[in-house]
Design a protein around this ligand. Structure first.
Ligand SMILES: C[S@@+](CC[C@H](N)C(=O)[O-])C[C@H]1O[C@@H](n2cnc3c(N)ncnc32)[C@H](O)[C@@H]1O
Length: 204
């Protein structure tokens, strides 16, 4: 009888020990909500229009908005130019909102929204990237943009510059400043890619 009790106790002990690491593993593996590197502030609609104009978005483009908020930039681009788009955003409720809005606007088949860290997004398919982040985030993104985007891809940033890259164009829209860069041929730094601003032809 004593042997049976000893065996039962041993089995119980093993079962407990075997269970503990499994629980611990589950706790480690549970996905943690991603944290935004910058708060949500939507780009006003007239500034969205100006960003798309500055990037010269046209049919055939693929637009990525990194930190897409309520999805307004890819949605407007899809509605106006029929272009495909991706928005990546860490805040789930904003991604849900963007998907609903895209469906309501009739462009759900053109745009995709993902809960994803922008630093873990494959940028290779994009021909246009839009940003409304912060200067230090733009600076952290620079090597990724250069490594993954094709030469000729356009990058438009609302309000914030990009390290030492000189913009091809800089425009003011109300209180916002917009910057445009074009990804140069491999091995050429965008810092040296600035076109000289054209001076208006002098009258007479
Ligand atoms: C200033 S808002 C711009 C929203 C939208 N692009 C627009 O212009 O209306 C920046 C967005 O980036 C998101 N964000 C912050 N860090 C991020 C990250 N690492 N990956 C993806 N999204 C991020 C924020 O949650 C926020 O919605």
């Amino acid at each position: 009888m004593r042997t049976i009790w000893a065996l039962a106790a041993t089995l119980l002990l093993f079962a407990t020990m075997a269970g503990a690491p499994a629980h611990a593993q589950l706790a480690v593996r549970a996905p943690q909500p991603l944290k935004p590197d910058v708060i949500y502030v939507p780009t006003p609609e007239p500034v969205v229009d100006a960003m798309l104009a500055l990037a010269e978005v046209r049919p055939g483009d693929v637009l990525y908005d990194l930190g897409s908020g309520d999805g307004r930039i890819p949605i407007v681009a899809a509605k106006r130019f029929g272009v495909r788009g991706l928005g990546v955003e860490v805040q789930e409720h904003l991604v849900r909102q963007a998907r609903e809005k895209a469906r309501a606007e009739g462009v759900g088949h053109l745009v995709t929204f993902r809960v994803q860290d922008l630093f873990r997004t494959d940028l290779r398919p994009a021909s246009v990237v839009t940003l409304y982040l912060l200067p230090d985030l733009n600076a952290r993104l620079m090597p990724k943009l250069l490594a993954e985007l094709k030469p000729g891809a356009r990058i438009v940033s609302h309000d914030f510059p990009m390290g030492d890259w000189r913009p091809e164009r800089e425009v003011k829209v109300g209180s916002s400043t917009l910057y445009l860069w074009r990804v140069p041929e491999r091995g050429v730094s965008p810092a040296g890619s600035r076109r000289r601003p054209r001076l208006p032809a002098s009258p007479g």
